[in-house]
Write a protein that binds this ligand. Structure first.
Ligand SMILES: NC(=O)c1ccc[n+]([C@@H]2O[C@H](COP(=O)([O-])OP(=O)(O)OC[C@H]3O[C@@H](n4cnc5c(N)ncnc54)[C@H](O)[C@@H]3O)[C@@H](O)[C@H]2O)c1
Length: 380
């Protein structure tokens, strides 16, 4: 029988409502062991909590005080999707209240905040804590991961993982909290997008021992709500090159977290090049992944059209399209499965250890980018 896990949502903005949609159409998935039911919603903005009251019939508590939600005994697990400067305080309070946590990246505004969260996680081994990162659940991304696991790569020549946005190319786009150092963090675009590009490399064991980084702030001012130009100090684009050691001298891990990538809208991509085989996927072309086997002779990429071939089975026919809301639902299915003792069908959401490793890499990249140096990565 399907277990129902009662959830509270703290932060009912862009991502909080995305989870509400995921939970509302759980019938899309076939044969899951557990399903989420949202019973409580918290946000400072009454319009957003009102949206939950209007659209999510299972919600019985609406509040602007997250400690009131934490005191709700009916709530077993919490999705917390708030600005980065609130992660450390809220995540640790959630764990102290004995609730399972699905947190958002970057899992603390900086390495120090992440260490505070990690200490709270260590103190509560009975609680399941995972971090959001949905793009690797695209079927094409899973194909690349399976290709690597199957040993088709040989020696790695290079790995490139990118997350590309373009809307900040408009110099008149108003500033929001994601462009403010005190709320988003000094990492800038790396804090916003770094977990997305590091989830798969870290999962595959590709941990750089040192990094260099080129950081770009193309528009140092932006418009505020009053139409005035104010400083915009967050990094727009980061290109990080890490050195991953292996038995034969190692290889580059190239990470691109770009807010200004002309022509791109939420494009996540992964490309692995190797001596025996190569594989690539981009959400820019969401049906297809590419691969090449090389044993001497022709070097020819093969392109395979994929349909709805997902980690967690769904009612959608295999020939149909997969998209962003589906990736969100697959990610949530992985977390719910683990909550009731499953193995997430073999692909876990980001673990706290991976979140900590990602902070170590971004902290080194921030130092390398500002000092124009090569910095060692100090893993926890
Ligand atoms: N996984 C992804 O693809 C993805 C995409 C976007 C954002 N995110 C992450 O999700 C988190 C939230 O981002 P968002 O885009 O949803 O932001 P958002 O601004 O749309 O939503 C954040 C919400 O938090 C609320 N909030 C602020 N302070 C609060 C408090 N003290 N108590 C209760 N609510 C409070 C705000 O009112 C707002 O509604 C961030 O960590 C961000 O990095 C993840």
């Amino acid at each position: 029988m399907t277990r129902v896990i009662k959830f509270g949502v703290i932060g009912c903005g862009l991502m909080g409502r995305e989870f509400a949609s995921t939970a509302a159409r759980w019938l899309h998935l076939n044969g899951t062991k557990a399903r989420p039911e949202i019973v409580a919603a918290c946000d400072l903005n009454p319009e957003l909590t009102g949206w939950f009251s209007d659209n999510v019939p299972s919600v019985t508590q609406v509040t602007d005080d997250y400690t009131a939600l934490l005191a709700n005994d009916a709530v077993e697990a919490i999705y917390c999707a708030v600005p980065h400067n609130l992660h450390a305080k809220m995540y640790t309070d959630i764990l102290a209240a004995g609730k399972h946590l699905f947190g958002e990246k970057p899992f603390g505004i900086d390495a120090e905040a992440n260490a505070t969260i990690q200490a709270a996680i260590d103190a509560h081994p009975e609680l399941l804590v995972r971090c959001s990162s949905e793009m690797p659940f695209f079927p094409g991304a899973q194909k690349v991961i399976d290709f690597v696991h199957a040993g088709h790569i040989g020696e790695v020549i290079e790995v490139e993982a990118a997350f590309l946005h373009a809307s900040d190319l408009n110099p008149d786009k108003p500033i929001n909290w994601k462009r403010m150092v005190e709320v988003n963090g000094a990492y800038g675009c790396m804090g916003d997008l770094g977990m997305h590009v590091l989830h798969v490399p870290l999962r595959l064991g590709w941990k750089p021992e040192s990094v260099s980084a080129i950081l770009v702030n193309r528009f140092p001012t932006r418009l505020n709500d009053a139409g005035e130009r104010v400083p915009c100090e967050t990094w727009d684009n980061a290109t990080i090159t890490g050195h991953v050691a292996d038995a034969n001298g190692g290889f580059p891990l190239v990470l691109k977290t770009w807010r200004i990538a002309p022509g791109h809208s939420n494009t996540w991509s992964l490309r692995v090049l190797g001596t025996k085989g190569s594989a690539a996927f981009s959400t820019g072309n969401p049906r297809q992944w590419r691969y090449m086997h090389y044993h001497g002779g022709a070097q020819a990429w093969q392109v395979e059209d994929l349909g709805f071939q997902t980690l967690f089975p769904a009612i959608t026919g295999g020939i149909f399209e997969f998209g962003f809301p589906d990736a969100m639902q697959q990610m949530w299915a992985a977390y719910l499965d683990e909550l009731v003792g499953g193995d997430a069908n073999g692909f876990l959401c980001v673990t706290p250890a991976e979140a900590a490793d990602h902070h170590a890499i971004l902290t080194a990249a921030l130092a390398a980018g500002t000092k124009h140096s090569v910095e060692p990565v100090a893993y926890r």
